[in-house]
Ligand binder design. Structure first.
Ligand code: SLL
Length: 155
């Protein structure tokens, strides 16, 4: 469809991960013995809003040590929960709805399992072992299609 030359449309998103160490008494039954944490990587609206009216799919590329390391999530919530032992770079590829007629966007997120930003040698409290590492970002549609403009302005 036609593009609107004089317009840009922005939408805020957040992406990142949460993680926490296993409670030693309640290890997930299927977790290999070397795994230590449960984590979730996600793309979502800053206040948990549904973003599926403009995002149709998110592909998360995990470390090759994972089975099926490319995880394609085609409906919200756009997230993957796993267990593991190590931190690594996660590739996040965001695909927009067809009406947008836009290329996908590639982001990277460093999966964090361990508390960070504490003084060196500080022993983390139980609370501080629940890790969150989250980036705010903004999706910008320059010269959006008329179809996308209608979708975006109905929200
Ligand atoms: C390292 N940067 O080399 C890290 C790699 C790999 C993480 C971390 C378990 C995968 C699985 C897992 O946590 N891999 O067992 O499926 O030190």
């Amino acid at each position: 469809s036609k593009r609107i030359k004089t317009l840009s449309i922005c939408r805020p998103i957040v992406y990142g991960n949460t993680a926490k160490p296993f409670d030693p008494e309640h290890r997930p039954p299927n977790a290999p013995s070397e795994h230590t944490h449960t984590w979730t990587v996600f793309v979502r609206g800053p206040y948990g809003e549904d973003v599926s009216y403009f995002i149709k799919k998110v592909v998360f590329k995990l470390h090759d040590t994972y089975n099926n390391s490319t995880r394609s999530i085609e409906s919200p919530p756009f997230e993957v929960t796993e267990t593991g032992w190590g931190e690594f770079e996660i590739g996040i590829k965001i695909f927009f709805v067809n009406e947008a007629n836009e290329k996908n966007v590639s982001l990277y997120h460093h999966l964090r399992l361990h508390p960070y930003g504490l003084p060196l040698n500080a022993v983390p409290t139980e609370e501080q072992k629940n890790v969150e590492s989250i980036q705010f970002d903004e999706v910008v549609f320059n010269e959006p299609t008329e179809q996308l403009f209608h979708i975006m302005t109905q929200k």
